[in-house]
Design a protein around this ligand. Sequence first.
Ligand code: AVI
Length: 317
Amino acid sequence: PNLQVYDTHPAHTEDPAEVLRGLRQSPKTIHCKYFYDERGSRLFKEITLLDEYYLTRTEMSILREHAEEILELSGSAPCLVELGSVDGDKADILLASASEGTVYIPVDISREELWRGAAAVAEKHRHVQVKAVCADYTHFSPFWRSEENRKPVLLFYPGSSIGNYDPPEAIQLLRRFASELLRGDGLLIGVDTKKEKEVLWRAYNDARGITAAFNLNALQHINHTLGADFQIENFQHQAVYRESMDRIEMYLISRVEQRVHLAGQAIHFQAGERIHTENSYKYTVEAFQRLALEGGWEPVRVWTDPEGLFSVHYLRR
Ligand code: AVI
């Protein structure tokens, strides 16, 4: 009774012309959205549970520690809108401290996982109204703002997903979020911090090879949806920390000289040639606050764990 679902039927975003364009560039690139089909989302969930991948558990510990203060800042009984909600585990922490009348709106493009996560949250938090929205949050509009809803909005964008955008795109995305909200609304955003490169390297080169499988899955996804013929075993995972850019870079390296076909076109690979698949930017607190300001948000508070491994920023429109 406290659960409603809305499906905006987001279009599939696999695009052969886009993939071909990326593979014709030098260096070759594949957009990181191609990681996330059903298998990719499962592998990502597995990554978040790895010892080496400190990001998720650290962010959750920060949320646990400061949930009450976060909710106080957002005003009473807010509308908590989570962008890219995988399973609701993080919102769960906040909702445990939320008062009667709070509305939770998880937004995700992965329909099945979204429905499952939303149902679990609704079941557990009877005092919260859950309205799950299947949508692509990068093109979202404030559907929750319709009706007579005048609740303060707290946008929740966890997981350091903002780090997967190059800074100019990240600023654009933050501006888009700001333009959809009203003065006084909040943005609670998780951001991975700069740290020793060994710790960063391990987080993207786990011993069990889950990150490697996740990276390689982009090729499998393109094979399945666009009919390409990548031979997965002919590629190798690589993740490096590029200190001058404050980012982890992920690549798939061609183990051999080979040709791959997609949409009637052949793409040639030299042995050792790389496809760039992802950047994951790391920010000091100050650097992220500067980015936030450029994106139209005023830094209000920031929390980190005792070791400074991760940061959660509260920004105000
Ligand atoms: C989703 N995103 C924040 C993850 C990250 O850490 O940049 C994706 C990921 N790539 C490799 N491992 C995890």
